[in-house]
Design a protein around this ligand. Structure first.
Ligand code: NAG
Length: 496
């Protein structure tokens, strides 16, 4: 007597799928450092003790918890290097400044220090005496010591001079604190801590630490004038303690692609205004022009004048400038010439190519180079500092998770098809006792997926950060114009 069941075949397949997935996505037990209970078991007695460190400010209340299940004679608390304290004495008010916990259940041997002092820093042990034996649990109590002021290790405390194309290590030092401080770095409002490494060295045997954070970063010309901040956080501080210094980023005049100015009407006066940045200030600056970019014949100092041309410069601050070439009574021959602004400072010389056109500007869409030139500011605001967005996380599945789902679906489809075929052909029989309990641990599956997805999001965020940095560097205008007449390229650039 055959009892072939379509449903059963599917169920067996599902059970197999679940088993294989459970293997593939096995997760480690969550390891929560905050709650580690030492249940020391000895037949019918056990100690209830959390051995996690306690960090407490001087003057704050300290709860030393220690519970006991079963019969015991008495219990004591010992601070390393000090006399033991009998818990019963505390409950009998023998020790001023110590008291009995409000809730004794599960904390039978607990004591409270009403206002902790630095002398009470150290390893505390709760010892419970039972017939013929004792049980104990120990924990570290870290009584904090306020950190010393953070010091930025720089040559000149007024201004930090950095070169834009070289990585500059900057150190921030906190000489002593207990426990060690947290150090973050900010450039203006932007958190740049990812580029820093902090080293903590013990300065004594009592848990004091010196912290040195080294920020390694290549600063951008556009970061000139910004404030670099070393921000120190600690349990003893309600607001972070900061050390800061303004940046002086020195760089040769920043390169730019060719700039083209459109819709110039002949007969009228025209002002070519070109923005550039350089720090320190330019030592030489001039407008030049000629038949082609390779054949620039005439040059006019800024400020200066020649024929119908007049030149000015305006300082905008923070190493930014606007250079103006004023053309009186614009003529067609002016549009046929090529112009160049040449700027030199202590770090180098840069030439900015300019074309003047009486045509209309090309439509926005067909201008690749121009897009590239305009985007950086937008991209910049998105980049840096890893931001974990919950929405992004929940909406993103990793490749692994997707593959897993696809495999499950394939297995089910195959199983259903096979079962259908088997049933149709009456190929297999299933005895009633072959009842299989297909069970899919849904909760576990979800957890696993989330974990994998989070990692993937983190990885992709890192990737995005790296990539954006690169784009910004390009966007700064390092577009080289080596070819003779890159007409296509040139036409696409207007205001740079
Ligand atoms: C040059 O900079 C000034 C001041 O930031 C700004 O107002 C102007 O629009 C800029 N010009 C160009 C062509 O980008």
């Amino acid at each position: 007597m055959c009892e072939c069941s379509f449903v059963r075949v599917a169920c067996v397949a599902l059970a197999l799928a679940a088993a294989s997935l459970a293997q593939e996505y096995s997760v480690d037990e969550p390891n929560n450092r905050d709650v580690v209970f030492n249940g020391v078991q000895s037949s019918d007695v056990s100690l209830i003790f959390d051995d996690a460190d306690i960090i407490v400010n001087p003057g704050e209340r300290l709860d030393l918890n220690c519970g006991f299940q079963g019969q015991y004679r008495h219990c004591i608390w010992e601070l390393e290097g000090a006399k033991p304290i009998q818990v019963q004495d505390v409950y009998d008010n023998v020790h001023p400044g110590m008291s009995k916990p409000e809730v004794p259940e599960g904390n039978e041997c607990g004591i409270v220090i009403n206002s902790v002092s630095t002398e009470q820093h150290g390893k505390w042990t709760c010892r419970v005496f039972i017939t013929g034996n004792s049980l104990e649990g120990s924990k570290k109590v870290i009584v904090t010591v306020k950190p010393t002021y953070p010091i930025l290790e720089v040559d000149n405390s007024q201004l930090l001079e950095v070169t834009s194309d070289a990585e500059t290590p900057v150190k921030c030092v906190v000489a002593a604190a207990r426990p060690a401080v947290g150090i973050r770095w900010f450039l203006g409002d932007k958190d740049v801590t990812v580029m820093a490494e902090t080293e903590e060295t013990p300065t004594d045997n009592e848990g004091m630490y010196k912290s040195i954070s080294t920020l390694r970063r290549t600063f951008e010309p556009m970061e000139n004038g910004m404030m670099l901040v070393c921000s120190v956080s600690h349990k003893t501080l309600t607001v972070p303690e900061n050390a800061s210094i303004p940046l002086n980023v020195v760089f040769k005049p920043v390169e730019k692609p060719v700039s083209t100015y459109y819709q110039i009407r002949p007969g009228s006066d025209y002002e070519v205004k070109l923005n550039f940045s350089a720090n320190p200030p330019p030592t030489r600056k001039e407008w030049r022009y000629g038949d082609t970019f390779q054949n620039i014949a005439v040059s006019i100092e800024i400020p200066g004048a020649k024929d119908r041309y007049e030149t000015y410069i305006e300082e905008l601050g923070n190493g930014m400038y606007t250079a103006t070439l004023r053309i009186a009574g614009f003529k067609e021959e002016d549009a046929n010439q090529r112009y160049m602004l040449v700027v030199q400072n202590d770090l180098g010389e840069t030439s900015y190519k300019v074309r003047l056109s009486m045509d209309d500007a090309p439509k926005d869409g067909d201008s690749e180079t121009r897009d590239h030139d305009k985007n950086p500011s937008t991209e910049y605001s998105v980049s840096e500092g890893i931001v974990f967005d919950d929405d992004t996380m929940s909406n993103t599945l990793s490749g692994g998770a997707v593959a897993g789902i696809v495999i499950v679906v394939l297995i089910i489809v195959t199983a259903v098809a096979a079962a259908g075929y088997a049933r149709y052909r009456q190929m297999f029989c299933f005895a009633p006792r072959a009842e299989s309990k297909a069970y899919i641990g849904d909760a576990e599956r979800n957890e696993t997926d989330n974990g994998t997805a989070n990692d993937a999001v983190k990885a992709s965020t890192d990737h995005v950060n790296g990539k954006t940095d690169g784009t910004v560097a390009n966007g700064n205008g390092n577009v080289e114009q080596t070819q003779v007449e890159e007409i296509n390229n040139e036409k696409k650039n207007t205001d740079v």
